[in-house]
Design a protein around this ligand. Structure first.
Ligand code: ATP
Length: 295
């Protein structure tokens, strides 16, 4: 009996690990049809504990040589601070997230975490340090509890309950007749975009990463859901280095710095209040969004 049980159990572990890895990278490749093959360098080192700030130093990047996407992008997310990247569709916002995660290598310039160039780090240590809340989360055909547990397979039930509460998910789950044992996915309960995103937040909270990378969904959420997600994000981001790729400006108001990206270049930067005082791109974007929300 034990002989059968152990290999199956081990297989289960491998399966869960695979799903966790998938949950980490999901969404980052949503519009890609190729899997880039970045290898660890021969002298790659693991990211040491305590190096948490992010720095982009004159980064330029193109997917194809004839079409530059990012042009001399420099910015810093000091350890424990929250920085947002905003800008029109196609400006290169998600590309910044992909370079930080080292799905691609910068053509020029360097990206650092603390004093460590991302290109000299092992990919495992880099990806373990960053928790991604992707645009669209993959749910597995399993219970809500197990779907949340993918953030950290050895999490206890209490930790899952705590993460769900911080992600503003518990009220929704507790109203379901089977609660955390409700099946989701193709054969189970259909969940809304906002609920999915909060499951992704709960997973990321369980993972306890040092850096958060939030790739905001482009899908429109009703204002109550948006408010719930904002509140859970604020809890997440407290004291953690956070980079937000944002579409709705209402989610970036409290950020320490907002970077406006246009055609791969930083055209404005500052706090929400600073940017509103400048009669520039951010002020225009803010007016347009406020106008469409009041219509
Ligand atoms: P959105 O707000 O619509 O999500 P974005 O600012 O995040 O847009 P990116 O996804 O970074 O924009 O894309 C920037 C540009 O790079 C776009 O013009 C896009 O078509 C192009 N692009 C993205 N991925 C690839 C790829 N794998 N190969 C070639 N071009 C790509």
């Amino acid at each position: 009996m034990i002989q059968v049980f152990i290999p199956l159990n081990a297989l289960g572990f491998v399966y869960r690990e695979m799903k966790r890895a998938l949950a980490d990278v999901e969404g980052m490749f949503d519009i890609l049809d190729v899997t880039p093959a970045i290898q660890d360098s021969d002298h790659a080192e693991a990211l040491p504990v305590g190096a948490d700030g992010i720095r982009f130093d004159n980064v330029s990047f193109s997917y194809h040589p004839d079409r530059p996407i990012l042009k001399n992008v420099s910015f810093t997310v000091p350890a424990g601070k929250k920085v947002a990247i905003v800008g029109p569709s196609g400006a290169g916002k998600s590309t910044i997230a992909r370079l930080l995660f080292r799905f691609y290598e910068a053509n020029e310039g360097d990206i650092y975490i603390g004093d460590h160039a991302v290109r000299d780090l092992t990919q495992d240590s880099l990806r373990a340090a960053i928790g991604v809340v992707p645009q669209d989360t993959v749910l597995f055909n399993d219970t809500l509890q197990e779907n949340i547990r993918y953030g950290r397979p050895d999490a206890s039930e209490q930790e899952i309950l705590d993460a769900s509460q911080h992600a503003m998910l518990s009220a929704f789950i507790e109203k379901l007749p089977k609660g955390y044992n409700t099946l989701v996915g193709e054969r189970g309960l259909k969940v809304s975009g906002g609920e999915k995103q909060r499951i992704a937040i709960a997973r990321t909270l369980l993972k306890r990463p040092r850096i958060f990378l939030f790739d905001e969904s482009t899908s429109s959420l009703d204002s109550r859901t948006e408010q719930a997600i904002n509140q859970s994000l604020q809890k997440i981001a407290r004291d953690h280095t956070t980079l937000m790729i944002a579409h709705r400006l209402s989610t970036v108001v409290d950020c320490d710095e907002i970077i406006v990206l246009e055609e791969g270049e930083i055209v404005e930067r500052g706090s929400h209040d600073d940017l509103l005082k400048q009669s520039g791109r951010y002020q225009d974007m803010w007016r347009v969004q406020m106008h469409s929300e009041t219509e």
